[in-house]
Design a protein around this ligand. Structure first.
Ligand SMILES: NC(=O)c1ccc[n+]([C@@H]2O[C@H](COP(=O)([O-])OP(=O)(O)OC[C@H]3O[C@@H](n4cnc5c(N)ncnc54)[C@H](O)[C@@H]3O)[C@@H](O)[C@H]2O)c1
Ligand SMILES: O=C(O)C(=O)C[C@@H](O)[C@H](O)[C@H](O)COP(=O)(O)O
Ligand SMILES: [Zn+2]
Length: 350
């Protein structure tokens, strides 16, 4: 099946997201595959067997969120120069969201921009990271603070790649799926609550509906001037957790799961969300073996980190909160004392 992307913007960008077995990919230009040793060992042969191109060069980068840095991007750029890639060349991001974000950012930079396509291989990248054109890297000040909006030319989602995904990585992807359901689709949330995530038909529906919802949001608001901020639900808190723990304790999806529990606690405090609904979300995340708690050691420092969040501007922190199941509210200027009261629920002395 195909989920079309049709960006409503001046560049008239449109591309297709194919959710199916990997098709034959024929190119008339040099192709650079960016991947890591884990994915390469498991699935590179499959990808290479599908590619027909005059020249294919594989670029392997270290595996891990801690390598999602400008240094790694520069190493990829240098390898492209050394292998004489030109403006007509194409990059293929072959891996999870870390590979996709770095490959897309590299493509946006190389000779002021070359084409790239996404071939996501984790559940999280298939349902979220490969769609919508957010690319970039982390640095010591925070998550994804350096990057670009740069759309791929196509996205090829092959659920078969997920057969080798470790359970913890699979669960991380479920977090982003739950995010979409809580924000946009109460029926989808109910479906998830009764689903066997490893059933083939269920998995395909989880991917389809998540991609469909993300494409619907991106088509309206590619550069996050409005509704696209809603895709950041759980991230305002989650990104602080990832940064505080040096990107090597919680997987992104795990931090987002904890972030959603924190966001829901704030929504309950503001009367936007029933405690029973917040408990339903927590139970679903727990059923997916996701973490739902985190010990905030310094509430003031945690709060101050919100001002580095890209959504926050002019000193105003933007929170994305549920307003009833399947609905959302973008809330600015919540009283600091209210936010800190909620953060204290997760504090060390609780
Ligand atoms: N651009 C976006 O819109 C967007 C959306 C969500 C998340 N992200 C970013 O994505 C990143 C998280 O992505 P992720 O969860 O895919 O993590 P990841 O890219 O680190 O991949 C997770 C792990 O699974 C391994 N792996 C990948 N495919 C595999 C397979 N098929 N079988 C076995 N192992 C496999 C990887 O090598 C890695 O060790 C974060 O940096 C986050 O900021 C970006
Ligand atoms: O596509 C978006 O927009 C999202 O917010 C998707 C998120 O799941 C993803 O983690 C994204 O990278 C976070 O966006 P950021 O702008 O906070 O880096
Ligand atoms: Zn995310």
């Amino acid at each position: 099946m195909i989920v079309p992307i049709k960006l409503e913007n001046t560049q008239d960008i449109s591309y297709d997201i194919l959710i199916d077995k990997l098709p034959k990919l024929t190119f008339d230009t040099k192709v650079g595959i960016v991947t890591n040793p884990t994915v390469s060992a498991l699935h590179l042969e499959t990808l290479l067997s599908k590619i027909d191109a005059p020249k294919v060069h594989v670029i392997t980068v270290p595996d891990g969120e801690e390598y999602k840095t400008l240094e790694t991007v520069e190493n990829i750029l240098n390898e492209l120069f050394e292998h004489k890639f030109d403006r007509k060349s194409l990059l293929i991001a072959f891996g999870g969201g870390v590979i996709g974000d770095m490959t897309g950012f590299t493509a946006s930079l190389y000779q002021r921009g070359i084409d790239f396509i996404q071939v996501p291989t984790t559940l999280l990248s298939q349902v979220d990271a490969s769609v919508g054109g957010k690319t970039g890297v982390n640095n010591k000040y925070g998550k994804n603070l350096i990057g670009a909006f740069y759309q791929p030319k196509a996205v090829y989602i092959n659920p078969e790649f997920l057969e080798t995904l470790p359970p913890r990585e699979f669960a991380a992807g479920v977090a982003e799926i739950v995010k979409m359901a809580v924000m946009f689709d109460a029926e989808f949330f109910n479906f998830l609550g009764n689903a066997d995530f490893h059933d083939e038909a269920v998995l395909k529906e989880m991917i389809r509906r998540s991609v469909e919802l993300k494409a619907w949001v991106v088509n309206q608001d590619e550069k996050e001037a409005g509704i696209r901020a809603v895709l950041n639900y759980g991230h305002t808190f989650g990104h602080v957790i990832e940064n505080e723990t040096n990107y090597n304790t919680y997987l992104h999806g795990e931090a987002v799961a904890i972030g959603m529990v924190m966001a829901n606690a704030l929504a309950v405090e503001l009367g936007l969300f029933e405690q029973e609904e917040a408990d339903r979300v927590k139970r679903l995340l727990e059923s997916a073996s996701l973490p739902v708690s985190y010990e905030i050691k310094n509430v003031d420092a945690f709060y101050d980190h919100f001002f580095l969040d890209k959504k926050s501007a002019k000193g105003s922190i933007k929170f994305i909160l549920p307003e009833g199941m399947g609905n959302h509210k973008i809330v600015n200027d919540i009283d600091e004392m209210i936010v800190k009261k909620v953060l204290k629920h997760f504090g060390a002395d609780q």
